[in-house]
Write a new protein. Sequence first.
Length: 382
Amino acid sequence: MRYRYFLAFSLVLMVLAITVGCRPDANGPTQQAIEPADGTPQFKVDPFWPKPLPNNLLIGQVSGIAVDSEDHIWIVHRPGSLTADEAAAAQTPPVAMCCVSAPPVIELDAEGNILRAWGGPGEGYEWPQSEHGIFVDYKDNVWIAGSGSNDHHVLKFTQDGTFLLQIGKAGETAGSNDTNLLGRPAEMAVDPGANEVYISDGYLNRRVIVFDADTGDYKRHWGAYGEVPEDTPLDPYDPEAPPSRQFQSPVHAVLISNDSLVYICDRANSRIQVFQKDGKFVTEVSIAKKTLGPGSSWDADFSPDSEQQFLYVADGTNQQVWILDRQSLEILGAFGRSGRNAGQFHWVHSITVDSKGNIYTGEVETGKRAQRFVYQTAGPEN
């Protein structure tokens, strides 16, 4: 009897081994049990990254994650998302010995050790109600966005937390064609050549907008397909309907490739649109097109090779990371699934890639963690 149970369990494990890392159907959340395409990168979760934070510090929802020129990992999290029992030591009087919230911005080395932490309200700027994206530019300045109801601005700091610039104003917004104010921006990316910051704007507005990265002077903006954005009400996303001519809130992420293309994660429309830097539309791809709810294209980053051969897309509804060929935008594979164990996800919200090809992710809602996936090889194994 015991042998039969062992045999049955072994067969289950064999089935799981076959289906993990399968090549997904690009049109829907369901997956086909076939091997990933040849040359597709493989990853292995590092269950011991990051290391436990010192001094009983705890992180909340990890709403943004980025990498700097030294392969240090930067996260922005939401201290206000911790429950009273999670931050028990911060209650008055303390309920338990652990824990207290870490500052919202944290720098980690490649081994997962905390290097510094800072952030929160300060003189000369307006800290967001709900921290969102983070980006470290080519000068190693740190940019922060917020997605709260009054968070209509982005902030720029040095790595030690010295304030440099605010674009937009808390509590003030004027629609998707205003050239000074923002509307609940989500993320940023800085173009080194032109020293311009691109902002995915956002949770209220429906556009990407560009400013000078030092002065904050307005440059240009555009909506879906490079057209003028509109703020009229939209019907809910329908995978059977023609593609929407407008971004569907939130316009969740922006990134710039080495060959000067701008990629926008139009999350609720479950697609990525690609543009030239002047806003001219190039192409688009649907990611799990039948996905409803919050959508499938939450955040993205490139592989670190000079050609940036692969595009990695975080999908917080299907709880996985999609792997695309960047040139063709063909979906090659995926990894992850919904769950609480290492390598699984709950609302994977953000993604970044270091110079060695390792992937880092952040989770919101009740996920509240960052994970590291170590680059293994390209290919299926021989």
